[in-house]
Design a protein around this ligand. Structure first.
Ligand code: GLN
Length: 476
């Protein structure tokens, strides 16, 4: 998709201004119903497009992403644009600087169409926790697009954007990608700078692309990844040897692990069948499959739901309604600081955010810290070791991305635990920091997308993408 658009742009069959204009027309036509965007960036986008057009006209060598329109999850800062995290507490906040990923994409000439809806502060799996509205799944508008990067996924899936940026703390790129039939890539922890991403759980958060193909995702990843002085946890991921030597990656040399704990009761039969179907196709290309076991799998979700809220409670302490976007028109008298906190944090944070702040504060409190937080950290280490062991036997892991296809709007809103369970297959990659992606592999009989998850060893991002590209071709 991106390379085709790039060819058209440099051959001057279409101008960047026309391309961007076309996407805004689509947004106008479709977004009233889909509700993927919270803020549009039309004037600036068109101005940027003109600059790219000038460069192309003058015969300048523009990069592959120059003039390509994209959307940004509204928890990533873009200077001069509102950044709300879909929360009332930041309703009027305008970003004062660009996130590193935005700076890099700007330099590459990519053009921001707007900011997309999410579950408040990225906490959720459906966008129903947005303080503004629920985004609809383009495949069935009575269903959720997934979350928390649901606006980004819906925007790309309904062709209102070429690609989008999301963030993934427990599955928020892969799960909406699975629900919307897209490629969603969660890089190795630290492979992409978090500078300018509103922190949810800093030891788990990572930014990545939602795109129409693996090739697109790889192009975007190449631009946004790398060590950044503004994020001390960032690092360069190595480019694999076969890429440097320009030799081909061979599917017949690949050993896939099928963790038996991921093929369990509760997995929708249609998803299971489609995955078996994919495995058979890969076997016909001489890929090797091996059943493996990750016995700690049942502990991944509970471990995540201790560590994540602990970090959330600490990260969200900064929203005191004085900094970032002061709330000035108080409907109530404020006499003490305590009053201010109670009334602003109590009223401007949604239910799910408050639940996690309270849970996190609890597990970090004296007397409970050892029993919950410290224990969860130990379990985290054990889970990491378990994955390391498995990767001594197999090259990549192949699992479903989600236990079910996209669910109905409202279906899980009254049951937080049911909602949390939709992350059951995705959280381990965040706990371990491993790279993982969703690859669309088909549809249910109701025409809902089905996704496959591939998980790779640490820093294997480029190999993972290459392998996924081959699988994508085989499935075509
Ligand atoms: N759905 C998960 C949660 O609610 C993951 C969120 C995310 O990855 N940002 O925490």
């Amino acid at each position: 998709m991106i390379s085709e658009l790039h060819q058209k742009l440099i051959k001057q069959e279409i101008t960047a201004t026309q391309l961007v204009g076309e996407y805004f027309t689509r947004i106008q036509e479709k977004d009233q119903e889909i509700q993927a965007f919270v803020t549009l960036n039309k004037e600036q986008a068109l101005a940027q497009a003109e600059k790219i057009d000038d460069k192309i006209k003058q015969g300048e060598d523009v990069g592959i992403l120059a003039g390509i329109p994209y959307a940004v999850k509204d928890n990533i800062l873009v200077k001069g644009l509102k950044c709300t995290a879909s929360s009332k507490i930041l309703e009027n906040y305008t970003a004062a600087y660009d996130a590193t990923v935005i700076k890099k994409l700007n330099q590459a000439g990519a053009i921001i169409l707007g900011k997309t809806n999410l579950d408040e502060f990225a906490m959720g799996s459906s966008t129903e926790n947005s303080a503004f509205f629920t985004t609809k799944n383009p495949y069935d508008k009575t269903r959720v697009p997934g979350g928390s990067s649901g606006g980004s996924a819906a925007a790309v899936a309904s062709e209102m954007s070429v690609f989008a940026l999301g963030s993934d703390t427990g599955g928020s790129i892969r799960q909406p990608a699975a629900f919307c039939g897209l490629v969603g890539f969660k890089p190795t922890y630290g492979a992409v700078s978090r500078f300018g991403l509103m922190a949810m759980a800093s030891s788990l958060d990572v930014i990545g692309p939602l795109a129409q193909s693996i090739e697109d995702a790889e192009m975007i990843f190449k631009v946004i990844s790398g060590k950044d002085l503004m994020d001390s946890t960032s690092q360069d991921v190595p480019v694999p040897l076969n890429k440097i030597q320009k030799t081909e990656y061979r599917i017949q040399d690949t050993v896939f692990g099928l963790p038996k704990e991921y093929f369990i009761k509760g997995l929708a039969p249609e998803i299971e069948a489609q995955i078996q179907n994919t495995i058979a196709k890969l076997q016909s290309q001489f890929a090797t499959f091996q059943e493996v076991s990750l016995p700690l799998t049942p502990y991944a979700l509970p471990c995540y739901y201790i560590i994540m809220p602990a970090e959330v409670s600490s990260n969200l302490a900064r929203y005191d309604s004085i900094r970032y976007s002061p709330i000035t028109n108080y409907q109530f008298p404020i006499t003490t600081l305590r009053d201010l906190y109670f009334k602003t944090r109590g009223q401007c944070f949604g239910k799910e955010v408050r639940r996690r702040v309270i849970l996190g504060t609890y597990v970090l409190s004296k007397g409970y810290y050892d029993a919950y937080y410290k224990k969860a950290q130990k379990v985290r280490r054990l889970i990491r070791e378990e994955f390391n062991e498995v990767f001594k036997k197999v090259d990549f892991l192949l699992t479903p991305t989600t236990p079910t296809p996209a669910f109905k709007i409202g279906e899980k809103t009254s049951d937080p635990l049911a909602m949390y369970l939709s992350d059951i297959f995705t959280v381990a990659a965040n706990i371990t920091g491993l790279p993982a992606l969703n690859l669309p592999i088909g549809f249910t009989k109701d025409n809902l997308p089905i996704g496959l998850q591939l998980i790779g060893p640490p820093n294997s991002d480029f190999q993972l993408l290459e392998l996924a590209k081959i699988i994508e071709q085989i499935l075509e």
